[in-house]
Ligand binder design. Structure first.
Ligand code: ATP
Length: 500
């Protein structure tokens, strides 16, 4: 049964990001560049916190995982061996009139049939409402052609399944008229660049479309320099670039984005299904623990016919974004495909010597891979609440303290009492040595609480007249809005504990 969506709308998220300078369109003063985004001061903090949490839990808190940080530009043969040069493409369809371009697998069409007679076609772009939009279009067409009788079911299919004869009859979503859409063709998503002063085919290479290949090409370097025994993982986070045909849904599908990926190497005859299950469960738990709403999370187990030829299994962890249920993280069982490809192409032996079993082999791999920007958006959607408090709307981001950009705000009750201000400033200075705090003295205290709620600050520390007497401060909890008194050291230990 399809669950009704119970998160914020995209407009609410966009307006918050704009109002509080969390995310900007890249190069906005030049009208922006599609598929690229800039994270403002708060956004940069949240992003850093997401990456730190992942690194801490995937690398530091695991005995058998090490980190890696590879260059974005790699030898072009890496991408030939990995299959990206030949196969990393999406089906592209052009509208010859409007010059718009679409991904053929995201463009849907349907026959419009009235009592057995085919009267034309409709087309829609992929989206939650596409069925009802297509049905309305079919009704319009029937009315326009003055056809009588019952409209048959409108059955949507992706443009990739259209026949050659149908290409000319399917209307372009841009013009609403048929005759301008081309046949789909493969469009490689890698950004090209040239290395060195000479720009020709010999200097051609690519910006990496994923971080994963860095782990495979460094497999032997790491084996030779660390005393690792299978099973073990190599993890990396960093920028990836894909020239997406239709970047959309805000940061969800960008052209420049960040990934956090881990290659977990296992014995060639290990029970890969158990390891795959282990990582699917571990990643789901982690996503829940850092604040994703469980009722918005789900799974998409790829059907065998959808898998790449080398892939044994792939399960996506999905998230119900305001624009629909989409892949957030993929967990793939990739066999030994990548190591084998690089071994063959480079001529270097990439085998692992298993001392216990006295034999060498290419390990197999399980890969959990997630995009930082997609996770950021999912966290925003999970944390966003609007509540009525004392007859007013309170907008609040209920981030996990690990993710919250500012951990605590230090607020003197009033700003015209120098002794309160002095105490508050000195507390702020001390606490900011341990975690990110912000000092704020402007406006009524209630308004300051609301400003902090809106950006997800979990704690507000207020310095009042009693603080001058007994050295205690009130600590206000963002979610319950309860206030309790604590000493400075109690507050410090408490907040540090919550942010771990
Ligand atoms: P999709 O099918 O949505 O294009 P994918 O299956 O190609 O994604 P992977 O190659 O498995 O994605 O990449 C791993 C992760 O990187 C994805 O689960 C996603 O979180 C993130 N990612 C991939 N492409 C983008 C993009 N264009 N913008 C933002 N994040 C992305």
């Amino acid at each position: 049964m399809k669950m009704a969506y119970r998160g914020p709308t995209m407009d609410q998220i966009l307006s918050l990001c704009k109002r509080r300078g969390i995310i900007f369109q890249s190069s906005e003063i030049y009208n922006g560049i599609a598929g690229c985004f800039d994270y403002g001061p708060l956004g940069a903090e949240i992003k850093k916190n997401i990456k730190n949490a992942w690194w801490q839990d995937m690398v530091h808190r695991r005995e058998n995982v090490v980190g890696l940080d590879c260059s974005v530009i790699m030898h072009p043969n890496v991408w030939k061996a990995s299959g990206h040069v030949d196969g990393f493409s999406d089906p592209l369809v052009d509208c010859k009139v409007s010059k718009m371009r679409y991904r053929a697998d995201q463009l849907y069409f349907a026959k419009v049939v009235v009592e057995g007679e085919l009267i034309g076609y409709v087309s829609v772009l992929e989206g939650e409402q596409m069925q009802s939009i297509a049905e309305n279009q079919a009704e319009d067409l029937k009315r326009k052609l003055s056809k009588r009788g019952a409209l048959e079911d409108v059955i949507l299919r992706p443009y990739t399944e259209a026949s050659v004869e149908e290409y000319a009859q399917i209307p372009s979503p841009a013009t609403g008229k048929p005759g301008s859409l081309t046949a789909p063709r493969a469009f490689n998503l890698m950004f090209h660049t040239h290395v060195g002063a000479i720009v020709d085919d010999s200097s051609l290479t690519y910006l990496r479309p994923e971080t994963a290949q860095g782990m495979f090409v460094n497999f032997k370097n790491i084996l030779n320099t660390y005393r690792l025994k299978l099973p073990f993982g190599i993890a990396q986070m960093g920028r990836s670039f894909r020239n997406e045909i239709t970047p959309r849904n805000f940061t969800f599908r960008s052209r420049e984005f960040e990934q956090m990926e881990m290659e977990f190497f296992i014995q060639d005859d290990a029970d890969w299904k158990t390891w795959h299950r282990y990582w699917v469960d571990a990643r789901f738990e982690w996503l829940k623990n850092i604040g994703l709403k469980e009722d918005l999370l789900g799974y998409d187990v790829h059907r065998p016919e959808k898998l790449a030829h080398y892939s044994r299994a792939c399960t996506d962890i999905t998230f119900h974004y305001p624009f629909g249920v989409q892949e957030l993280e993929g967990i793939a069982a990739r066999g030994n495909f990548d190591l084998k490809q690089h071994q063959n192409a480079s001529g270097k032996n990439l085998e692992y010597f298993d001392e216990q079993r006295s034999r060498s082999y290419l390990p197999h791999v399980i890969e959990p891979a997630i995009g930082v920007d997609r996770l950021f958006l999912a966290l925003l959607c999970s944390a966003y609440y609007e509540e009525i408090v004392d007859g007013e709307t309170r907008s609040v981001l209920k981030f996990h303290p690990r993710i919250a950009p500012i951990k605590a705000a230090v607020l003197p009750l009033v700003k015209n009492r120098p002794e309160l201000v002095e105490l508050a400033r000195s507390l702020h200075k001390k606490l900011s040595q341990k975690f990110y705090t912000q000092y704020d003295e402007s406006g009524a205290i209630g308004r300051r609480y609301r400003r902090m709620d809106e950006i997800g600050t979990p704690y507000c520390i207020t310095i009042d007249f009693r603080s001058l007497e007994d050295g205690t401060f009130t600590l206000r909890n963002r979610d319950s809005m309860e206030q309790k008194r604590f000493t400075e050291s109690e507050i410090s230990v408490f907040i540090e504990g919550c942010c771990e």
